[in-house]
Design a protein around this ligand. Structure first.
Ligand code: SF4
Length: 315
């Protein structure tokens, strides 16, 4: 079992269910737009939100966002240790950094001290572009190099008595990502944040994420997920929920089963199913519900037999 950390009230690792997160796509300096998007994501089922803090002039807005957000907020920081320190002081419930690009080790130690004092976790987010130079050599595969890089950072964090760690090892290549996560899963017991980075548009990103994230979760690997899409972040949550539901990892959702239609279909089934899906998207039943929507009376009732609610159309 993985170690347990908390982002706000949301437990990750331990016995906690796999949680669903996304990242805002608004300008963080625009407090209202960012909070509006966070509320949309909350309604859609998002449990943790990550917000980029790109520059010092976003910090004041970030502070307001953290205090008004219905979701725990993780600050996403690159390159600038000061931004990480200020985001933690602004109330971030967690931060995501790539330790290799955040500045000197002494600055990193400052960040660990500040996060440790406030008991907030840090995600060590390493990707293939940020593998330590010493591991870029013949005979070491890219995934091994990434695992070694992550393990080095874990050791560095632990040497500073910092253990509130979450790990991600993302690539835009599904096979590489799955291999890297399997290796890191074997190598440490810190909770894992799963995702396929820069996965693409709604269709291609959904396919890549379903295969990559889905195959890892199916093997018991992964504690929190973010589906990354070139689309509105609410779509990321919709896709993430579908992945979790398809694997039986989310309680209280509504699963729609619908037939592919054929020449027996006597209604225009596609818009009907899309409408029902939209209409029930915000319902949150306590138990799992299955709704089957079938296009004919020949196979429909049989196919819908195992569902909680079955609709079969006829002439
Ligand atoms: Fe065709 Fe009926 Fe099967 Fe739908 S349920 S694919 S309409 S046979």
């Amino acid at each position: 079992m993985k170690k347990e950390i908390f982002v706000g009230q949301v437990g990750i690792g331990g016995n906690h269910p796999v949680s669903l997160q996304s990242m805002t796509s608004t300008d963080t300096r625009d407090t209202n737009a960012t909070l509006t998007q966070i509320r949309q994501l909350y309604t859609a089922g998002c449990q943790i939100i990550r917000v980029a803090v790109p520059a010092a002039d976003a910090l004041e807005s970030f502070r307001r966002i953290v205090h008004q957000s219905p979701l725990p907020v993780i600050a996403d920081i690159h390159f600038d240790a000061n931004l990480a320190l200020q985001s933690i002081r602004a109330g971030a419930h967690g931060i995501r950094i790539n330790p290799g690009n955040i500045g000197s080790r002494s600055r990193l130690i400052e960040i660990l001290g500040e996060a440790g004092a406030r008991q907030i976790p840090i995600r060590i987010g390493v990707n293939f572009g940020s593998i330590e130079k010493k591991y870029r050599k013949p005979g070491i595969s890219k995934t091994e190099a990434m695992t070694h890089s992550v393990m080095d950072w874990i050791k560095f964090f632990e040497d500073q008595d910092f253990f509130q760690i979450k790990i991600s090892v993302k690539s835009s290549d599904v096979r590489e990502t799955v291999t890297a996560y399997r290796q890191i899963d074997q190598s440490c017991d810190y909770p894992l944040h799963l995702g396929i980075t820069e996965a693409g548009t709604l269709l291609s990103g959904t396919v890549k994420s379903a295969i990559g994230i889905g195959s890892l979760l199916l093997n018991g690997i992964g504690d929190t997920i973010r589906v990354s899409l070139t689309a509105h972040p609410v779509e990321e949550i919709r896709v993430g929920k579908h992945i979790l539901r398809a694997l039986g990892l989310q309680k209280g959702g509504i699963e729609i089963i619908s037939c592919p239609t054929c020449s027996r279909t006597s209604v225009d089934l596609i818009p009907i199913v899309e409408k029902i899906e939209r209409d029930i998207a915000s319902l949150k039943p306590k138990e799992n519900l299955t709704v089957a929507i079938m296009g004919c009376e020949v196979n429909g009732p049989g196919e819908a037999m195992d569902a909680d609610i079955g609709l079969a159309f006829s002439k």
